[in-house]
Design a protein around this ligand. Structure first.
Ligand SMILES: *[C@@H]1O[C@H](CO)[C@@H](O)[C@H](O)[C@H]1NC(C)=O
Length: 189
């Protein structure tokens, strides 16, 4: 179930206003947003991961891709955007709302949505400056494959509470890794 508001926002921005009229306050927004997301994801834990050890698996986070994308700021931005969009899609599902506390889930989704909007503003600005991403190897492909593995895993585990707990911890790790990697130093530095 995809959420179409972010792409709609991009379209509205493209067709209604000059890009330069938007502020791109990324460092602040990304840093605060990631902290908030990590906090809410932390609060969502309710069963001990210890009881779910048998369900652990290696989702193979695409670390190299995330590192490699720092060559160009627009690439780095599009990787972060894809990560957050995929996290949003993952948790914006019936299966997710059946497992997680509604209040915290809404808090998580609205925070991610806000970050995605900020990123889209910056991405448009950056692509305006650097030219389009055409002709480059799509840097978001590895991220999408990673989330496909997560979705497949949840399906195979029939969305069990343990499976979602494993996924929650995985997303915390992924966010933590990408926010402490050179990807974000590229964006924040
Ligand atoms: C959901 O989380 C909120 C905030 O932590 C808490 O106040 C509420 O009691 C929780 N609801 C359930 C049903 O656990």
């Amino acid at each position: 179930m995809a959420f179409s508001v972010p792409s709609l926002v991009v379209l509205v921005m493209i067709f209604s206003s000059p890009i330069s009229s938007f502020s791109c306050d990324l460092p602040q927004s990304l840093d605060v947003g990631t902290q908030e997301t990590l906090t809410v994801l932390g609060q969502m834990g309710k069963i001990s991961l210890l009881s779910c050890l048998k369900d652990r698996t290696d989702f193979r986070f695409p670390q190299e891709m995330v590192e490699a994308s720092r060559v160009q700021k627009a690439q780095a931005l599009s990787v972060v955007h894809e990560m957050l969009q995929q996290i949003f899609n993952l948790f914006y599902t019936e299966a997710s709302s059946a497992v997680w506390n509604t209040t915290l889930l809404e808090q998580l989704l609205s925070g991610l949505h806000r970050q995605l909007e900020d990123l889209e503003t910056c991405l448009l600005q950056e692509m305006g400056e650097e030219g389009s991403l055409l002709g480059m190897k799509d840097p978001t492909l590895a991220v999408r494959r990673y989330f496909q593995r997560i979705l497949l895993y949840l399906q195979e585990k029939e969305n069990s509470h343990c499976a979602w707990e494993v996924v929650r911890v995985e997303i915390i790790k992924a966010l933590w890794t990408s926010s402490s990697s050179s990807l974000s130093s590229q964006l924040l530095g």
